[in-house]
Design a protein around this ligand. Structure first.
Ligand SMILES: Nc1ncnc2c1ncn2[C@@H]1O[C@H](COP(=O)(O)OP(=O)(O)OP(=O)(O)O)[C@@H](O)[C@H]1O
Length: 256
């Protein structure tokens, strides 16, 4: 099977700092991949090169065999690389359903009259996406009233409205309570399975990572130092040493 995403020898320096240093990995359809590493390891820099916000010094990023390097972010998004943000981007004055409709309208390149709230476009599709993220009961509420965890689920529905082949989630659970984090990622894992979308996420909470990631990549000072399943990563002495300074953070993480 050919990879959905193939990253080869990706590199980016800032001054003398090798933020991302010769990183290569690939991702299959329906894979849920965690990119972890200590602060400053290069995770965000790596993400921003995958979605076109940052131009690499060298390397290649292919989506379904097509080179993305050099394309503007919007084109990359159109080709099927979606993302969710650390800070949720929704139209607060609109209802939950209207926000998803907006995303669907944009995806299908339809013209939307911003001054008419009575659009009937993509109502059923919007409700189906809200159902997928267990938000259909809140469809008619304004986004301004939503709890933070609900906003994150809405954001996921909005990202899925664009039918991405690859979804990039940068610290999706930041700012959430531990139980909410596990719930959001369990929901995401279910969607990955149901829709066959491939996901790369960064995350500092090891419980979340070990509970849900199919595979884990560990970055340290811009270099990929380990790659494997939760068990392999937990046992990796290099990871324990350079990333965790001894391994205590992994104890118990991800064991139900
Ligand atoms: N725009 C920039 N200008 C200069 N240096 C940068 C820039 N962006 C990142 N860096 C440096 O590159 C390195 C990698 O940073 P990056 O933000 O990618 O790490 P990270 O793994 O996402 O960290 P965190 O977990 O703290 O978000 C760091 O040393 C950082 O200081």
């Amino acid at each position: 099977m050919s990879a959905v995403l193939a990253v080869d020898a990706l590199a980016k320096s800032f001054g003398g700092v090798h933020a991302v240093d010769d990183v290569s990995f690939s991702l299959d359809k329906g894979e849920f991949l965690a990119l972890i590493g200590p602060n400053g390891a290069g995770k965000t820099t790596c993400f921003n090169m995958l979605n076109g916000y940052l131009k690499p010094d060298g390397g290649s990023v292919k989506l379904n065999g097509r080179e993305l390097i050099g394309l503007p972010p919007r084109r990359i998004w159109r080709l099927g690389v979606g993302r969710t943000f650390q800070i949720t981007a929704t139209f607060l004055s609109m209802t939950v359903r209207e926000n998803v409709q907006m995303a669907l309208i944009s995806h299908h390149r339809r013209i939307y009259d911003l001054f008419s709230r009575a659009t009937r476009l993509y109502v059923d599709e919007a409700m189906a996406l809200l159902d997928l993220v267990s938000m259909s009961e809140q469809a008619e509420r304004p986004c301004s009233e939503l709890a933070y965890g609900d906003l994150k689920r809405l954001e996921l529905a909005i990202a899925l409205a664009h039918e991405p082949d690859l979804l990039l989630m940068d610290e999706p659970t930041a700012g959430m309570a531990p139980s909410e984090r596990i719930a959001l990622m369990a929901l995401t894992a279910g969607i990955v399975e149901k829709r066959g979308v491939s996901v790369v996420f960064t995350e500092h909470d090891m419980d979340v990572v070990f509970a849900h990631a199919h595979r884990i990549l560990v970055l340290n000072r811009g270099q990929l130092i380990a790659e494997g399943t939760g068990d392999q990563i937990r046992k990796n002495p290099l990871v324990q040493e350079v990333y965790l300074g001894g391994g205590s953070v992994f104890e118990g993480a991800g064991h139900a």
